[in-house]
Design a protein around this ligand. Structure first.
Ligand code: ZN
Length: 244
């Protein structure tokens, strides 16, 4: 299993970058995890858009779905050019029916419903879900192949349920959108120390911090996580290859 961060920012991208998202690949099957602003441009540093086999959406905030429309246009344009691709499945929850309906587009993409209590098989990946604590309904995701797994928290506040869900995963991509002084003051997100506590309590193999803020010194968030979790910990780096 290979995972590449495509973007690391919360809310909106910095210049020439993207909001938090990932490309995950195994046996030639490529799945995009979240599709926010700038993600399509970043994705094409690694594969062509036609090579994409599936998309997984955690929730419907703009920094996780902003590029879905452009992805749908890319399939439609290739269709008009006489090079149609198979219908692209986009997995998302249906708690927000209007947003879920937008995942289906002109026989180019098809929305596929996911729910917190049902695992799905996506190519070689078994994917399970855990609801997070966020202003809108959002699902954390665990991708498993054989005895290896990776968890993406998506957006969340502290959640004991997430500790159980993340238990002993090999690799945890945790959001860490807050500086310590902002914990509890900005709903729906974690601070670095809380991401570290999640990694510690769940006894994960490695912690990578993402969905980072635009202000301040993000090294402070890394430092806060490392004070709680003693395992390998780093800030997500765009384009870096993680192999499990
Ligand atoms: Zn969000």
């Amino acid at each position: 299993m290979k995972i590449i961060p495509l973007g690391i920012w919360g809310g909106y991208p910095k210049a020439n970058s993207a909001t938090s998202s990932f490309l995950i690949e195994h046996d030639g099957f490529h799945c995009l995890v979240d599709c926010g602003s700038g993600v399509l441009a970043a994705l094409q540093n690694h594969i062509t858009l036609e090579q994409l086999d599936a998309v997984m959406i955690s929730h419907y905030h703009a920094d996780h779905i902003a590029d879905i429309g452009s992805l749908q246009y890319s399939r439609l344009i290739q269709y008009y050019l006489g090079q149609p691709s198979p219908v692209l499945p986009i997995y998302g929850h249906a708690q927000d029916e209007e947003q879920f309906s937008k995942l289906t587009y002109k026989e180019q993409t098809r929305g596929v419903e996911i729910s917190e209590d049902q695992s799905v098989q996506i190519g070689p990946f078994t994917v399970t879900f855990c609801p997070t604590v966020h202003p809108v309904y959002c699902l954390a995701m665990k991708f498993t192949v054989a005895d290896k797994s990776v968890v993406f928290t998506a957006d969340t506040e502290w959640s004991d349920q997430l500790v159980s869900f993340t238990q002993q995963t090999n690799l945890l991509f945790s959001e860490a959108n807050l500086y310590e002084e902002h914990i509890g003051k900005s709903p729906g997100h974690l601070g670095g120390s809380q991401a570290g506590k999640l990694a510690h309590d769940a006894r994960v193999g490695q912690l990578v911090l993402t969905h980072l803020p635009h202000h301040g010194n993000i090294q402070d968030i890394l430092y806060a996580a490392k004070t709680v979790f003693s395992g390998p910990t780093e800030l997500a780096e765009v384009g870096k290859l993680y192999t499990l």
